[in-house]
Design a protein. Structure first.
Length: 320
């Protein structure tokens, strides 16, 4: 671990700045170590913030997130802290210990060394899906979050940025977005409810310990949302084929549900486009060119393209 006042990297400087602004944890920390390396490919992990294990003079330890400057402006961190705090209180996520949202700093309880980021091969079994679903449903049944989420508005926000800032987009970009705009009104009208939801299916947002227990982390995009979108965001990242999605829907609903399956397939397309365009925008705007934002964005756009071209796409659009 490194003592305060001795940063040697940009990430360590960000961590020390975050520590200074945390009202409770910051007054106690004496040492820290950066424990994350940002990566966008093959999975999106630790690209929003530097993660550090911090320690007090008495041996207490916490996990501090120090948000990167190019990310901080994309989130309302007051809302992120609100969702993190409520999820932690439910026991489905690490507890939020301290926060300085205006300065891009959050501090959480530190999970033990037997915890690790989830990998896809650990998350797509039926038992693992059931465990993740239980965590997400617990959040759905919990207190409302401060943020109202609309995945279409998020997509259009990044599309607008892409179109006005010279982001390199694929030749069929307008067709991809128009395809979503065609079904967006019907899917919005068919919204099942508005419940607090994690809303991000990246495997790195699931922590697993040696006994197989799971916790959700990173509530950066969490908000009150359609539960069908929360399910879709998880399934689009954990299922290889649409028949796997169908199994996931059956597991969630307790029976085959063609309407929910169709919603999940369409929401999965929107989710892929949202994160795909996000990747292209960050490739253009972020100074962190060592992170493969462009590769990640192209992969998400490719999967959206494949599902729009699926022979059942029109059927999904008429199934609710």
């Amino acid at each position: 671990m490194r003592g305060l006042g001795q940063p040697t990297t940009t990430d360590e400087c960000l961590v020390e700045e975050a520590i200074r602004y945390l009202p409770y944890v910051g007054s106690k920390v004496s040492r820290y170590e950066v424990v994350t390396v940002p990566a966008a490919s093959p999975i999106r992990r630790a690209v929003d913030a530097v993660g550090a294990r911090v320690q007090s003079t008495t041996g207490d330890e916490w996990f501090v997130k120090a948000y990167y400057p190019d990310i901080k402006g994309l989130h309302n961190l007051e809302e992120v802290a609100d969702a993190s705090d409520k999820a932690g209180a439910l026991g489905v996520a690490p507890k939020l210990i301290d926060a300085a949202p205006a300065h891009g700093a959050l501090a959480f309880e530190l999970l033990g060394e037997d915890w690790h980021w989830g990998r896809l091969d650990e998350l797509n079994s039926l038992a693992a899906l059931k465990e993740q679903m239980a965590l997400r449903k617990a959040i759905h049944n919990g207190p409302a979050f401060a943020r109202e989420r609309n995945i279409f508005e998020e997509l259009y926000f990044y599309v607008d940025r892409a179109r006005h800032s010279g982001v390199p987009v694929p030749p069929d970009f307008d067709w991809l977005i128009n395809s979503v705009e065609d079904f967006a009104p019907a899917l919005t009208s068919a919204r099942m409810a508005s419940v607090p939801a994690h809303g991000d299916g990246a495997s790195s947002n699931v922590m697993i310990n040696d006994s197989g227990s799971m916790r959700l982390i990173d509530f950066d995009v969490a908000g009150n949302d359609d539960p069908a979108h929360d399910l879709a965001a998880m399934l689009v990242e954990t299922c290889f084929f649409k028949e796997d999605v169908r199994v996931g829907v059956r597991t969630w609903a307790g029976a085959d549900d063609p309407s929910l399956f169709a919603k999940c397939m369409l929401y999965g397309i929107v989710d892929d486009l949202r994160w795909g365009v996000w990747g292209l925008v960050l490739f253009k705007d972020s100074p962190r060119q060592d992170v493969e934002f462009f590769k990640y964005g192209q992969w998400r756009l490719l999967r959206a393209r494949m599902n729009i071209q699926d022979r059942d796409f029109e059927l999904w659009c008429r199934s609710f």
